[in-house]
Design a protein around this ligand. Sequence first.
Ligand SMILES: O=c1cc[nH]c(=O)[nH]1
Length: 214
Amino acid sequence: MLNILTQQNSAANHFLAELRNRDLQQDRMRFRRNLERLGEVFAYEISKTLTYEPTEIETPLGIAETALLTEQPVLATILRAGIPMHQGMLNVFDQADSAFIGAYRKTKKSGAFEIRKEYVSTINLDNRTLILIDPMLATGKTVVLTCKELLDDYDIQSLIIVSAIASEEGIMHVQAFLPQAQLWVGNVDSELTSKAYIVPGLGDAGDLAYGVKE
Ligand SMILES: O=c1cc[nH]c(=O)[nH]1
């Protein structure tokens, strides 16, 4: 299932516009904060789809009835670009467990690249809702590889993938290889460069948030 945040106009359009703007995105603090704000919006929207149970709250004057999340989801992030959105989602799912994955593109001389995954730090994901955060869903290969390995290792109850900007190709790849996943994206862009950057996209999210890597 594909959910596109900007199908309905909201303040999130402004966050995405600032992330894409070549001048504004040079302000690193603002760039990270806009990713964080998007993470907060995604988390709020996704929270409407989760399971709640009736709960009684004791106030100083009596009992208030409400419904609270049965369980908080697990938030997983692909380092390093995912960190600001991860923090935004943690601002909403404030008792969530977190998982961190180190994956990167290893480019060959031909310009082709393969995905290398080297580091995974996670809690037990059996019977949990897992939200995987990758701000830029380009080819979708990193996300598919990561999720497939987690799905092999754990009996994950439901899988949600969140990206600020996704390419059409990335969405199709995820839908083909992870048909069970719910996909939440901010904007959908149509093109990828030969080096698999999204066009118009925003550039390199990790470099903009944390500095140009070697
Ligand atoms: O366009 C892209 C694609 C992958 N990662 C990025 O940071 N940007």
